[in-house]
Every structure is written in structure tokens, then in C-alpha cells.
Design a protein around this ligand. Sequence first.
Ligand SMILES: Nc1ncnc2c1ncn2[C@@H]1O[C@H](COP(=O)(O)OP(=O)(O)OP(=O)(O)O)[C@@H](O)[C@H]1O
Length: 397
Amino acid sequence: MEITSVTVDGFRNLAGTLSAAPGLNVLWGGNGQGKTNWLEAIYLLATTKSFRTHQPQELMAFGAAAAHLRLELQRRTGSSVTLDMHLEAGRKVMLVNGKRAALRDYLGQLVVFAYGREALDVVCGEPEQRRRFLDRGILSLKPAYVQTLLDYARVLKQKNALLRVVAERPEHRDWLDSLDAWNAQLVELGTELHVERARYAEQLDAHLERQLFGAERVAIRYVSSLEPDLPPTAEAFRAAMTERLARRRAAELAVGHALVGPHRDDLAILMDGREVARFGSAGQQRSTLLVLTLGQLALYRAHCAEPPVFLLDDLDAELDPRRITTLLAYLEDKAQTLVTTTKPGLVRGAARWLELRAGRLVSAHDGDYQPPADVFPEACLETQTSAAGLIPADGFG
Ligand SMILES: Nc1ncnc2c1ncn2[C@@H]1O[C@H](COP(=O)(O)OP(=O)(O)OP(=O)(O)O)[C@@H](O)[C@H]1O
């Protein structure tokens, strides 16, 4: 699949249309000109989520009451698809080819993988970020999985509401009659989550592009909160969760919320057997995230013929020049890539150059266009200041 155009109205500081080419597209301009906002718009259109915020209101242009985003994409088969998203009063409406679409149908249309500063939480943040990372990867292969996620979240919410009421108002103890029914549903839905996530983590580990950035010593493993080495089978999980729910019943009643289930699981990201988040350098943490994200892309390509879209934010701030060349060469035949940079002179071989100012396109060039080498002295200064955060050329050494 390839994005051919994105049109935005009322979203952050953006306006107008960007036309993308197959291959590498470079969105360039000074700091604060809306480059990341364009990638965020594309990510939102693909996944229905922002990589920056959970607050829909923040996505709307200051003072605007609604936003509209449209994306045209072309499939390998030659067919084209239009995705529309309308944001208003905290609501999102999604259309595929002009028709309202259920989430599971919408999510399969455009697959994107994104690497940027915000995504570093996957390595360094809370377990929830790592569960989301896994879930997003599974959704790229299996959009129907979204129903399992929604159902599990709904049942967990109901169970928590019940436990809270009973903890706060003991006269409602008879309401506990329904607890077994909620638990039975959690076991079934939790089994699906566990099996999908544990298998995905196993496959992802096998597809990590370790040699690309010297990440040979990185390994990942799904860690169930029930038992760290629980096998990825439905039988093992069902038995473990049923036993644990019975054993923790009194504790759940005492604290007033659910203590057992895959909503407490984690993904271990290790280097030489130690957590990268705690023992890795800043450069090693970034390398690890890049290797994980490229692993998701490789795993997707192993299952799907359509190349996905790769979004790479702030290229020059995240990678040293040697790694930029290695990464862009790697992506060349695997994805349509959109990168943002304040230093377009660092990029070679782009299919399209899109210059942005104040959220709008000011020039577009194809092919062998030579962008200015260094036109944003203030941006260069900022990049130098943050140079300590660059992924070092010797990677994990
Ligand atoms: N809801 C909003 N409405 C209008 N403008 C917004 C909104 N949210 C952010 N902005 C503006 O977007 C700009 C930042 O855009 P963005 O983060 O895309 O910049 P960038 O080009 O990626 O910059 P850098 O190179 O520094 O990363 C800021 O000027 C900010 O004021």
C-alpha cells in the first residue's frame, strides 16, 4: 500500500494537501513548522490513535471545534482507497471510501510503523506502553483482534466497578453473585490475549534485525503476570488464570479492583539478559527501539504482500549520518517511508522532497532535486545540543 495524498483541515497547525511518492519522502523545514504534526495525522488516520496524546481536543487546531483528515492510498492490486476521519467534541468518525466503517474493518486499511522520540516509552516507560506496542503489532497482522481488546477492557471495567461497590458498601455483598460470570469471561478473553501476545513476541524476537544496528545481544520475551514462564498455549493460561483468580479472590475484594489477568503483563526487553531500560545507555535504548520497530515491519512483510508505511520522525536528531544511510537503504524495497528532518542535506536518494512552513507545503520536488545543505542554523544548534542523545555509530559496543 502506498499513500498518495493526505489532506488536513483544522488539525493542529496544518492545512492543505501533501502528495506522497512511492519510496522515500522527505518532509523538511525548520523547527516547529508542523513536520511531526503531518506524521501524527497519518498515524492517526491509520491507527485512530495519536502517538503524542490521548486527548482528542489537543489534536484540533487552537480554537477549532472540529477537524477533518483525508488520506488516499493505492494498493499493489491497483485499487485505491479513501480514508476519512472527522473529529468533533471528543468523537471520531471514520469512513472507508465514503462509508462508515467498523473499527476492525477500518484498521486493516493502512498499516504504519512509526519511530520517533515519543515511542521511546516502549523501551523505557510503563508495562502498559509495551503491551500497546505488542497489541499494535498484532493488529497490523490481524485487525479483528481489536474486538478481543475491546471486550477484555469492557469486562475488566465491569468487574472493577463491581469490586469497588462491594469494597465501599458491604451491604451490597450479594452483588458478588455475578463475580464468577465476569471472571469466566475474563478467563476466555484473557486466554486469547495471552496466546496472541506471547506468540507475537516469540515471532517478533525471531524477526529482529539485530545485525543492522549492532543489536545482536537484544532479546524480547513476553512475561505473564501469572507466571513468568507460562507457555503460549490456551490450556496453560486458562488453568493458571482460573487457579489464580480463586487464590486472589479475597485480595481483590479487599482492594476493590482486579489483580489477576493479562492487563498486568509485560514484555521483557533485554540486552545480555538485563533490562535495556535500566542498564542500557540512551543510545542503546534508541537502537533497541529501532530494532524492535523494524522487526515489526519485517514480521508484517513475512505475512503480507503489501508493503506498509514507515514514519520516521526527526531523522537527524535520532540517528547519526552512517545509521541514516543504513536505515534508508534497508527500507528502500520494504516500505513507503516518510521522514522528517531539519537537515535535508543529510538524505540521499529521496523520491520526493516536501518543504513545510507553518504547517503548509511551500515547495515539492521529485527525484534528483538537491535540497539546501544547511538552511536552519537555529535547528542545527538544537540538534547539536541534543547530540548526546544520538545513537552512537558504534551502537552497542
Ligand atoms: N492544537 C494545535 N493547534 C495549532 N497549532 C498547534 C497545535 N498543537 C501544536 N501546534 C503547533 O505545532 C507546532 C509544532 O509542530 P511540530 O511538532 O510538527 O513541529 P516540527 O516541525 O516537527 O518541529 P521540530 O523540528 O522542532 O520537531 C508548534 O508551532 C505548535 O504551536
